[in-house]
Each structure stands twice: as structure tokens, then as C-alpha cells.
Design a protein around this ligand. Structure first.
Ligand code: PGU
Length: 454
């Protein structure tokens, strides 16, 4: 703790220790002001007529990612462009519902034998089995040996949170290392679950590539048994992934120190366009027989964003352990949301269990990944043709949904104000929100922002 500063949670009950842990993690960072406004202590109970018992509640800040869409929606300009949230758009700038998803939904609606009963606490059995196969591979020894427990959760975020809550209750080491930088919600998801969040070096702004040495050093000096969050592919926000050789080195180091891998797989299929290739990082860890956690999201790769479909798998040493772990996951889930929603998981199960529909999905997925790659090339070419100062080759080297442009928060603010282009203040742009029509506008904005600072 900083001297003389007490946590706003210090006078709270033990039940608020989670907030306190998160406060300590964030203290000294710019997020601390935000945390103060998440939970300010009440001054006095209000009983006077007319006064609200919530008078002490301060307005919280907008979310750094989802808040970009809020600001975008308020802008009246016809040229406005939202490159904030990682959500796929077509060449026409429209949200996309995959054909295969429409087809699955039709089948579900036409099937009058379907009912709306509650799912079990762990969700739809078919969905869970097929999700584990999708990420671990159909021939995974861990699946064949029944050592994997999979529970359906509320998309990627819910899967991470359920995994974090389980670890906070049942794992001996409460420190989780997350990459620097990472998806902005990670520290909050893990901190609110009661884990202590630390970071490991990941991205080198000088090379705009992986700080592999820094990563190895930081994980090498982590306490034995610590949890390590790894982005399975298409690292958010940097678009920088380790090579297969580097993954192997990371695996060796982590296994030698008994560090526990927790994979976040939010973009399987979006990095390379191939579902198996994008799962390789996870599979090399599972194939050595060791244990790990994997959070999967179907938001991006099946375009099921708002349906909130995801899964948490915990790969264990033995089937017996996996059974006991599952029994405890149920105790985490039951008081949180009782059991997960039916519709989205039914769509996914319908597609994954039908050979033709699965095939159709892979084609549509590849088309989305390819369009993003084309946008990278177009933006790169547009900046080259404008002679924009600087090396922009990282735009075509980076992987997945985002480009981490290297633009600073002032340049981003300028682009928003003058060009109505919305993006996160760390300079991340969602390439999936770009189209051939909007590339020139973005290139003009980047060019002006860079020239202005130069
Ligand atoms: N993990 C990573 C690495 C992500 O990028 C995201 C989504 C998630 C998990 C959570 O996705 P679910 O929708 O819960 O499955 N990140 C996007 C979407 C907006 C957001 O922040 O939730 C993004 O723009 O970073």
C-alpha cells in the first residue's frame, strides 16, 4: 500500500476482501480513480423524505472498450467509423449473421419437440463435449481418457470468471500473471474473483513485436505454481503471437516451474482462418499430459456475440480429479446464475455435430479471416501511397482482429475529433470494422495525426 492511503474497502466486511485485493492491484495505476468511483463508501444512512439512500453513489466511468461504442452512437456525422469494439462487419459495414447460424436457428425453430426447460448447471452436454473437441482436437488423449471437464458459460468473459472463481477457492496459489498489455477486462475479471493480478512482459513497442526475452524472464521469476494467462491466438490488443518454437519454449519453462496455464481462446479461427492451426498453442500444452484451463468464446468465430455462448474446460491429470473438479464448478455456478442459456449453445451444438454444417462454418470463418487480412494490406498500401512517416509494416505482420497501431492517445483523440473515427485510446483498431470504402478515410486520419505530431 502507498503510505498514508487506505483502501476505501478497509472498513468493509470480509466479504469485500475481493474488492480490496483488486484495489491493491490497481493502486498507483491510473485505474485507481475508476475503482474509487466503483465503490465509494456511504457517508450516512439517509432517512429524510426525498433524499435517496443512494446519494453517495458516484457516477462510474464508461468502459474503455464498450464506452467507445457509446460515444460513437452519439456522433451525428455521416462519415463516422467505429473501430473500437472487436466485432466483425461486412464490406458494407453491417454486422454479419453467418448463413450456417441462420440455418441452425431455422432447424431449431422448426423442431416442435424442443422445449424450454432449464439446462443442467453445467449446460448442454453435447455442446460441452463438442467444444472440448473443437479446442483440444478430436483425437486428444485428454478427452479419450475422460480427464477433461467442460462447463457451458456466458461467452468468453463468463468462462474466465467461472475459472477464476474456481481457482480462488480451490487452487493453492492465488497470483495470476497476465500479459502486458492485455484485454482491458482481464485484471478486473481475475481481481474481482479474488486473485492477485501481476503482469509479465509481452510486447516490445520498439520492435512492435514480442518481447520474448522479457516474457521468459518474468515467467522464470514467477513463484512456482502461479497461474499464467495466455492468449491462445490473435493476442488482443497487440496482434502479436509467439511462433510455434516460442510456444514450445514457453511450455517447457512453465512446466518446469509448475506454472498453471489458463488459456483465453476468444479468436479460434480468426488468426489464420483455420480452427486447428489456431488451437496449436493449447494443444501442445495438453499433449504433454499436464493440466490447464481453457476459456472458449463463440462470440467472434461464430458471430454469436450477444447470445453469450462459451465454455470453460479444465484438463486434469485423471478422470477422478476431473469429476471432483466438475462437482465444485457446479457449486461456483449455481449461486451465480444457476444455469446457462439454452439458445446459443443449441445453435453451436447443431453446427458442430453435423458434418456439412461444420464444413459450411469453416468456409464462412475463413472468408471473415481473409477479409480482415485484405483490410490489413489495403490500409498498409494506403499509408505507403500517402507517404505517411514511419514504418507501417506491423499492420500486415500482426495477426487477428486488431492492429496495434502505435498511435498515442492524443493522436487517437485528434482522429476522433477531426475525422469521427472511434477507437480505443491505446491506439488499437479493429480491422474487422474496416471496409474498402472506409480505408482511405482512416489512412487520411492516420496521416494527418502523424504529420501533426511530427
Ligand atoms: N478475451 C479476449 C481476449 C477478448 O478480446 C474478448 C472480447 C473476450 C475475452 C470476451 O469475449 P466474450 O464476448 O465475453 O466472449 N473482446 C472484444 C469485445 C468487446 C469487449 O471488450 O468485451 C474487444 O473488443 O476487445
Amino acid at each position: 500500500m502507498h503510505s498514508g492511503k487506505t483502501s476505501p474497502f478497509s472498513s468493509f466486511s470480509p466479504a469485500d476482501r475481493r474488492l480490496s485485493a483488486l484495489y491493491r492491484h490497481l493502486e498507483g495505476s491510473s485505474s485507481i480513480a475508476a475503482m474509487d468511483s466503483i465503490a465509494a463508501a456511504p457517508t450516512s444512512a439517509s432517512s429524510a423524505a426525498g433524499a435517496s439512500v443512494f446519494d453517495h453513489v458516484v457516477r462510474g466511468p464508461e468502459d474503455p472498450i464498450l464506452g467507445v461504442t457509446v460515444a460513437y452512437n452519439k456522433d451525428q456525422s455521416p462519415v463516422k467509423l467505429n473501430l473500437g469494439v472487436g466485432a466483425y462487419r461486412t464490406e458494407e459495414g453491417k454486422p454479419l449473421v453467418l448463413n450456417v447460424v441462420r440455418r441452425a436457428e431455422q432447424m431449431l425453430v422448426n423442431d416442435n419437440s424442443r422445449v424450454k426447460e432449464y439446462l443442467p448447471i453445467v449446460g448442454l452436454a453435447d455442446f460441452n463435449k463438442l467444444s472440448a473437441k473443437l479446442i483440444l482436437g478430436a483425437d486428444s488423449p485428454a478427452i479419450q481418457e475422460n480427464r477433461v471437464t467442460t462447463v457451458q458459460c456466458l461467452s468468453g468473459t463468463g468462462s474466465l470468471r467461472v475459472g477464476a472463481e474456481f481457482l480462488a477457492r480451490h487452487y493453492h496459489e492465488h497470483t495470476i500473471y497476465i500479459p502486458q498489455p492485455t484485454w482491458g477486462n482481464h485484471p478486473k475479471v481475475f481481481g474481482f474473483a479474488g486473485l492477485s493480478v501481476k503482469s509479465y512482459r509481452y510486447y516490445d513497442p520498439a520492435t512492435r513485436g514480442l518481447d520474448f526475452q522479457g516474457l521468459l524472464e518474468d515467467l522464470g521469476s514467477a513463484p512456482s505454481g502461479a497461474i499464467v494467462l495466455l492468449h491462445a491466438c490473435a493476442h488482443n490488443p497487440t496482434g502479436v503471437d509467439p511462433t510455434p518454437q516460442q510456444w514450445e519454449q514457453i511450455r517447457q519453462l512453465m512446466r518446469s516451474k509448475a506454472l498453471l496455464p489458463f488459456f483465453d481462446s476468444a479468436y479460434q479461427g480468426f488468426a489464420s482462418g483455420n480452427l486447428d492451426a489456431d488451437a496449436q498453442s493449447v494443444r501442445i500444452f495438453v499433449n504433454d499430459g499436464g493440466e490447464c484451463l481453457v476459456a472458449q468464446s463463440y462470440a467472434k468465430n461464430l458471430g454469436l456475440y450477444g447470445e453469450r455462448v462459451g465454455a470453460l474446460s479444465i484438463v486434469c491429470r485423471t478422470a477422478d480429479v476431473a469429476g471432483r473438479v466438475e462437482s465444485q464448478l457446479k457449486l461456483v455456478i449455481r449461486p451465480m446464475y444457476s444455469n446457462p442459456p439454452l439458445h446459443g449453445a443449441s445453435i453451436v451444438a447443431t453446427i458442430l455435430k453435423d458434418r456439412n454444417m461444420f464444413q459450411e462454418w469453416t468456409i464462412e470463418l475463413k472468408a471473415m479471416a481473409d477479409r480482415i487480412i485484405t483490410m490489413r494490406q489495403k490500409l498498409f498500401d494506403a499509408l505507403c501511397s500517402r507517404g505517411t512517416p514511419g514504418d507501417w509494416s506491423h499492420i500486415i505482420k500482426q495477426i487477428g482482429m486488431f492492429t496495434f497501431t502505435g498511435l498515442n492517445s492524443e493522436q487517437v483523440a485528434f482522429m476522433t475529433k477531426e475525422y469521427h473515427i472511434y477507437m480505443t485510446s491505446d491506439g488499437r483498431i479493429s480491422m474487422a470494422g474496416l471496409s474498402s470504402k472506409t480505408v482511405p478515410h482512416l489512412a487520411d486520419a492516420i496521416h494527418a495525426a502523424v504529420k501533426r505530431a511530427a
